[in-house]
Design a protein around this ligand. Structure first.
Ligand SMILES: Cc1ncc(C[n+]2csc(CCOP(=O)(O)OP(=O)(O)O)c2C)c(N)n1
Ligand code: SF4
Ligand SMILES: [Mg+2]
Length: 243
C-alpha cells in the first residue's frame, strides 16, 4: 500500500495532552513540517510558553527552552543575538503574549529582533481555566466574565498584530486561522514564509497570529468551535497580511 500521508520527522510520536478539537496540535504540526521542509532542524531552537502548550517540546523535536510566562521575546532576543546562525522561534498564547508579556513583545518588535513568533489566539486563558484574555471578544462568556465581556468593564478585545504591524522593527505580520483545511494550508504558508525570512537573514521580527479553537473553554463541540471562528472571531480579528 502506498503511504499518502505520514508524520513529519520533526513531530514526535507522542500521545497528545490537548483536548479534542484543540488548535495547538495543528499549529505544532505546521511548525514541524516547516522545519523539515526548510531543512533547519539541527539549527532551530524553540521557546515554549507557559500556557496549554507548555509541553510543546514533547511534540516538536528540536531544542526547546521553557521560559517564564510572557518572557519569550526577551529570551529569544538573547538567544538570537548570541547565536545569529540559529533559527529562533517563540510559541506564545494570547494570555502569554498579549497580556502578561505585552511589554516584552512590543519592545522586541520595536527593536527589530530577528526572531519568528507564532502567536496562538484562542481568545481565552486556556491552561488556567478559561479566564478572559485581552483577545476575548465582546459578550464572550469566560470564567471571569460570566455575563460576557463588556467594553465598559473589561475594555475592548486587543488587536495586537495590528499594533505590532505599525512598528518599524517588524518585517512581516499575518493573521491566519486554523478553522478548516483551506485556512490551515494558508497558515502553513504564512509560517513557512516567516521562518524563511529569518533563514534568509531578514532584518526584523516576523509574527504569524493563528486563530485557534479552544472548544473546552468556549463550551462548544469541536465542530461548533470551528464555525465560531469563521462567523464571529474573524469579524474582530480579520484574516490577512497586515505587513
Ligand atoms: C507570570 C505568570 N503569571 C501567570 C501565570 C499563570 N498562567 C499560566 S498559563 C496562563 C494562561 C495562559 O493562557 P494563554 O497564554 O492564552 O495560553 P493557552 O493556554 O490559552 O494556550 C496563566 C495566567 C504564570 N504561569 N506566570
Ligand atoms: S483548554 Fe483549550 S487551549 Fe487548552 S488544551 Fe484544551 S482546548 Fe486546547
Ligand atoms: Mg489563550
Amino acid at each position: 500500500m502506498k503511504t499518502v500521508f505520514k508524520r513529519t520527522p520533526t513531530l514526535k510520536d507522542f500521545p497528545t495532552h490537548y483536548c479534542p478539537g484543540c488548535g495547538h496540535g495543528i499549529a505544532h504540526r505546521l511548525i514541524a513540517e516547516t522545519i523539515d521542509e526548510l531543512g533547519i532542524r539541527d539549527r532551530t531552537i524553540g521557546i515554549a510558553p507557559v500556557g496549554c502548550a507548555v509541553l510543546a517540546y514533547n511534540y516538536i523535536d528540536v531544542d526547546m527552552v521553557e521560559v517564564a510566562h510572557g518572557r519569550a521575546p526577551a529570551v529569544a532576543t538573547g538567544m538570537k543575538r548570541t547565536n545569529p546562525d540559529k533559527i529562533i522561534f517563540s510559541y506564545q498564547g494570547d494570555g502569554d503574549l498579549a497580556s502578561i508579556g505585552a511589554g516584552e513583545i512590543l519592545h522586541a518588535a520595536h527593536r527589530g529582533e530577528r526572531i519568528t513568533v507564532i502567536f496562538i489566539n484562542n481568545a481565552v486563558y486556556g491552561m488556567t481555566g478559561g479566564q478572559m484574555a485581552p483577545t476575548t471578544v465582546l459578550n464572550q462568556i469566560t470564567a471571569t466574565t460570566p455575563k460576557g465581556r463588556k467594553a465598559a468593564e473589561q475594555g475592548y478585545p486587543m488587536q495586537i498584530s495590528e499594533l505590532l504591524a505599525i512598528l518599524p522593527g517588524t518585517i512581516y505580520i499575518e493573521r491566519c486561522s486554523l478553522h478548516n483545511p483551506a485556512h490551515i494550508q494558508k497558515s502553513k504558508k504564512a509560517i513557512k514564509y516567516a521562518f524563511e525570512l529569518q533563514v534568509n537573514g531578514a532584518e526584523g521580527l516576523s509574527l504569524v497570529e493563528l486563530l485557534s479553537p479552544c472548544p473546552t473553554y468556549w463550551r462548544m463541540t469541536p465542530a461548533k468551535a470551528m464555525e465560531w471562528i469563521e462567523k464571529e472571531l474573524t469579524k474582530v480579528f480579520p484574516l490577512g497580511r497586515l505587513k
